[in-house]
Design a protein around this ligand. Structure first.
Ligand code: C2E
Ligand code: MG
Ligand code: MG
Ligand code: MG
Length: 281
């Protein structure tokens, strides 16, 4: 009887795998069409100067309006896009759309607004990247200084020398560079000073820890950033005490649900027109 049950379990397991494989293939097929059929869109999360409460920029975050499955977040399709190579086209589209939209807001009177775009490993390793980014800036009329590219530690550390060279080309073109999710990836502090960086982004897990009375890492990252001459921005700020703590420790920029979740371009435009978020006490 145990044997019987075992066999049934096995069958259940394989059919489950088949189902998942099939779903994956379907998703991959759908993703190929998503770009042509205009199903991808960007949401924007405001980045705040914590001292004044003003919006100084946004982070562009990709979404997929799937015809059957509804609005999908990047964690559900960016890894697949990476594996299949679709990320090149998607990444280029994201970059173009974000720059175009930010230029539009600048023309509407928010002249100093900046935009941050996430880069995947494959995009960063592409040796045409600098030319592609410059072409997008030319096409959209956005100044290089208004664009920040977010990279992860693991991506930079896998081949430090190549990463340094790629970053130098971007940085010399005037594009800003940030390390995203700082403190969560594999990072060699030894190499950190070699990268032409502008900012560190404190990962939201460390911001969350502040509330649980464990602020050691958050404080250390802020100090490290300053020692390296970098700006520091905290992500995932959800409470006023977190914001106040960060500001006290001279982390001057932040984003998170306390201010706003990522919102559509139309809603972000409305935020820009109405909002100065209340500064810390
Ligand atoms: P990320 O770059 O670290 O983006 C921050 C994530 O945290 C976003 O999730 C955002 O919605 C979420 N978040 C913002 N504020 C809060 C908060 O206060 N609390 C909590 N719990 N979460 C908050 P999202 O939009 O699902 O994006 C997930 C990840 O997908 C991003 O992490 C980024 O690594 C990747 N991603 C997003 N857009 C793109 C893209 O265009 N290209 C690439 N290559 N990756 C992207
Ligand atoms: Mg990011
Ligand atoms: Mg992050
Ligand atoms: Mg992340």
């Amino acid at each position: 009887q145990a044997k019987e049950r075992g066999r049934n379990n096995f069958q259940f397991f394989t059919s489950d795998m088949n189902l998942r494989l099939q779903q994956r293939l379907e998703l991959e097929n759908d993703l190929r069409k998503a770009l042509q059929q205009n199903q991808l869109l960007l949401h924007y999360q405001p980045q705040i100067d914590l001292r004044s409460g003003a919006i100084v920029g946004s982070e562009a975050l990709v979404r997929w309006q799937h015809p059957q499955r509804g609005l999908l977040g990047p964690d559900l399709f960016i890894p697949l896009a990476e594996q299949t190579g679709l990320i090149s086209d998607i990444g280029r589209w994201v970059l173009h759309e974000a720059c175009l939209q930010n230029r539009l807001w600048q023309q509407q009177g928010f002249a100093d607004l900046a935009v941050a775009v996430n880069l995947s490993a494959r995009q960063f390793q592409n040796l045409q990247l600098v030319e592609e980014v410059l072409a997008v800036l030319r096409d959209t009329g956005l100044a290089a200084a208004a664009l920040e590219l977010e990279l992860t530690e693991s991506l930079l550390m896998s081949d430090v020398q190549t990463a340094v060279e790629q970053m130098q080309r971007l940085s010399q073109a005037g594009i800003r560079l940030a390390i995203d999710d700082f403190g969560t990836g594999y990072s060699s502090l030894n190499h950190l000073h070699r990268f032409p960086l502008d900012r560190l982004k404190v990962d939201r897990s460390f911001v969350q820890s502040i509330a649980q009375q464990d602020s050691t890492i958050a404080r250390s990252i802020i100090v490290l950033a300053h020692e390296l001459g970098l700006e520091v921005i905290a992500e995932g700020i959800e409470t006023a005490p977190q914001r106040d703590f960060l500001l006290q420790h001279r982390c001057h920029f932040g984003q998170g649900y306390l201010f706003s979740p990522p919102v559509s371009a139309a809603d972000f435009g409305a935020l820009l027109r109405q909002a100065v978020f209340s500064p810390a006490e």
